[in-house]
Structures are given as C-alpha cells and as structure tokens.
Design a protein around this ligand. Structure first.
Ligand SMILES: [Zn+2]
Length: 242
C-alpha cells in the first residue's frame, strides 16, 4: 500500500509508472558502491524515486577537493564521514527509503559477507577505480544480480548494464584490470558526474521495473565535449566464460 504522503510525493512519477510501478519500487533493494561524483546524483535519484532500500558501501571521509563534483555534501562537512553525511541527507530527502550504510571498502570479502545473508535486486557501480568495477562485474555474475557499471574521465563517460549470463559483461569488453597510475587524480568535469550518475539511476529504475530498454549488449560512449552519445554493439566473448 502507498500512503497518501507517498501518492503526493511521487505524483509525477506515478503518472508514468502507475501506482503498481511505485509499489514495486518500494519492495526493491539496491546495492550501490561508492558515494562520490557518480554516487551523489545516483543515490539522490534512487532515493527520491522511492526505492525500498539503498545499501551503500563507503568508508571515506570528505575532503575539500571532493566538493567540486560530489553534490551530496557541503563545505561545512569537510573531514566528516561521507557515509554518515549521505545517510543523514538521504533520510531527510525521503524517509520512506531505508538507507543501510556499510562503512567498508567493497572487497570480495565484505561483499560476500553482506550478500550471503541478504538478497538484493540490483547492483550499481559508483566507484572510481577499475579494480572495484571488475569486482562488481564478478559479484553480479556470481550472485546472479543485474548490474550497471560506469566510468568517467574529463568530459567523457561510458556505461554498460548487464543481465548476468544473458548479456555481454564488463570483462567481455575489457578483459582484465588495466594497469593505471593510481598516484594521479583522474581529471573530470563536474557535470560529467551528474550526467553519467543520472543515467545509471535510470538504468537501475528500468531494471527494477522491467520496462524500457536497458543499455545491455552495448557500451554507451558519451562525449560531453562534442555532445555525442554513441552506442557500440558488443557481443558475449566466448573466451570470457560469463
Ligand atoms: Zn563476459
């Protein structure tokens, strides 16, 4: 049942997905990894859309240089725990969504500790490193959870959604973790985070509602410098084993 407060809160969205769609979202649990540049808009839209529970892995504290793109936080918050800040803000934004904060890095061990006892409906990447993106791919495949992975650099973004064992996975395209120089910060324009994080939220909602067409068996390449959005078809790689 939706309370009258919820009917009013989600009024515009119910015009599209109906009360049944809204009730369905209320039953869904989403696991999000990271609460930074991508994770800020992603969590804001997932929570304002009225999913039942958002589980987030985040163990960093806020630094001043985060504020150039991480729109969940403000200047008074520097040095505080990003997880605590996000939980407080998102709970105020929509008290109907349960926020579960896991103050740990997303590792194989911490992921499995959580997932062995809890079933989730969708897994979504908002990390800033390849190691975590590949791990999200592997965990999604292992536990048969649909997932979305995205990356950003400069004015560019890329995004793929995966239905485990049905559509091409992240490893089908990228093989194994590339070597990167972790000592250098990744350059990024602030709005790139907003565009790509919002697209991820949209992929999650379509996946939960089983409507529309997610970006599966395609890699979406975005250049906000030129304005190009390009879908590159990809196939399952027989050598991948996914
Ligand atoms: Zn694969």
């Amino acid at each position: 049942m939706l309370k009258s407060e919820e009917l009013e809160r989600y009024q515009r969205q119910i015009l599209i997905i109906g009360k049944d769609g809204q009730k369905l979202l209320k039953q869904k649990k989403v696991l999000q990894v990271g609460l930074g540049g991508l994770g800020s808009p992603l969590s804001l839209y997932l929570v304002s859309s009225g999913i039942g529970e958002l589980i987030v892995f985040e163990n960093d504290s806020l630094s001043l240089s985060n504020l150039g793109r991480q729109i969940l936080y403000n200047t008074d918050d520097v040095n505080k725990s990003k997880g605590d800040l996000a939980k407080s803000y998102l709970t105020k934004l929509n008290p109907n969504t349960k926020i579960t904060l896991i103050k740990e890095r997303f590792t194989e061990k911490s992921a499995e500790n959580y997932l062995k006892n809890t079933q989730i409906d969708y897994l979504v990447d908002a990390s800033d490193n390849f190691q975590t993106k590949f791990l999200i791919n592997d965990i999604g495949l292992k536990y048969n959870i649909p997932f979305t992975i995205a990356g950003i650099q400069g004015f560019d973004g890329q995004l793929i959604s995966v239905d485990p064992h049905e559509t091409a996975c992240y490893r089908c395209i990228f093989g194994d973790i590339p070597k990167t120089d972790k000592s250098k910060p990744i350059p990024v324009m602030s709005p790139t985070c907003g565009v790509v994080g919002s697209l991820e939220a949209n992929e999650v909602l379509k996946g939960l509602l089983k409507r529309g067409k997610r970006i599966t068996d395609n890699l979406l390449m975005i250049s906000l410098d030129s304005g190009d959005f390009t879908l590159i078809p990809i196939k399952k790689n027989p050598r991948c084993g996914c």
